[in-house]
Ligand binder design. Sequence first.
Ligand code: SF4
Length: 464
Amino acid sequence: MLEAPKRISLDEWDALYAELIVAGLNEPSYGGPLRRHVTDGDYRLLKLQFDNSAAALRLWNFLLTEEDRLHKARAAGQKIIGTMKDLGTVPVMAFASPRLTAFYPDGAWWLPCVMEMSTSDLAIADQLGIDESFCPVRAMLGAFVNGEHFPVPDLLVCSAGAVCDDFSAIAQRLEGLGHSILWWEVPHRRVPDADEERVKLPGGFIAPRSQVRWVKSELERVLYALQGIAGEPITEELLSHGIRSANRARTALRELRQLAYSAPVCPLPALEMLIAEMLIIHFCSDREETILVLEELLAEVRERVKNGVGVLPLNNARIFWVNPVADLRIMNALENFGGRVCGTEYLFCHALDPIPENLDPLEALAQMALADPMVGPAAQRAERICRDAQAFGAEAVLISRIPGASHCATEGGVMRDIIEVRLGLPVLELETPPLCDALLPSMRTRMEALIETVKERRGNENKV
Ligand code: SF4
């Protein structure tokens, strides 16, 4: 670490990168200055603030080189599996085979933001009848058509059943364009009847045993298809090894979250934490490297916490953040306005929990799939948010509404009511478009009002 931890601009990273190189920075093959990604069209980087550690540099470079990695994997003879909608289950199965590389086409969600609308993805989606009344994941459709972002997968797998209307409609449109999809069903997680055998899922939700059995049978179909593409069996031993590797990544991320969201001084900015969390659902096309990236970040954060140093003022309001943001810049903005992220629920908290290693691998993965917060009632999702917000000592909750997202129309209100009653915390719902620049002044007013409320409440507590 050459400098004290802080958030810096891309210009400042140029100078710091040169210093790090002189100091002997040892980078992986995808390393290099962040500036080069702007040349590739990632213009949003010009407006972001970044953590100034070498670990964060590696994280960003890893994220922003995924397209190259996928093309290289194909050239090396790997079969490419596109795992859609399911967040964190099928990628664990695919990476169990040394011949398969999985990625997450839904990640195109962020293309309009990262490339500042400079690609044709959304325009193509519009032409295909998937307009802005759908969530930003519609950019995926454009990405498949223009072929500019990822290779067309050898197999596309998509979960169906208890998934949002947006994704169902978009994936069906994709199939209509000739991209064959292997659908597997996750039912809506329901409360077991009184006389029904029940299973406590990882993370704490309860489901009927019959639903776990059903999802397991669906995953058996997926496994069969993956084996067909791999050209060899994915044995129980390989699956168990895949689960252990996924758990190693999850363990690093859990400690990282614990430290980042609970240390007195915030050791890592919300933006880098968001990227780190996203890696866990699909490993950014390289499971082993994901583990190393997360472990290096964790080492950096441990060191900062040990030294009591961080990137934000001590008294920033502690905000629990719900839903991923369409514009990455919002994560910077919250911190600039006096906030600090203390806990998150980015739609995939089930992918943070350890996968049971003492069960049949497909049974364990079926339990994980059913533990997805989005396949059950919003009230259950709110329960987990309350539990985690309390554990991280959050002082307010911000529910970021995703433009066009079908579930956001009512879910935010349901969760807000439960959180306010259970925790008595102020809750703000805030819609974040893929590029928030024009709305930033009004968003600022609303975020600052939330932060002032937190600080007033602190003052009132001190008076009691
Ligand atoms: S509507 Fe929500 S859950 Fe569905 S794809 Fe968009 S962000 Fe994901």
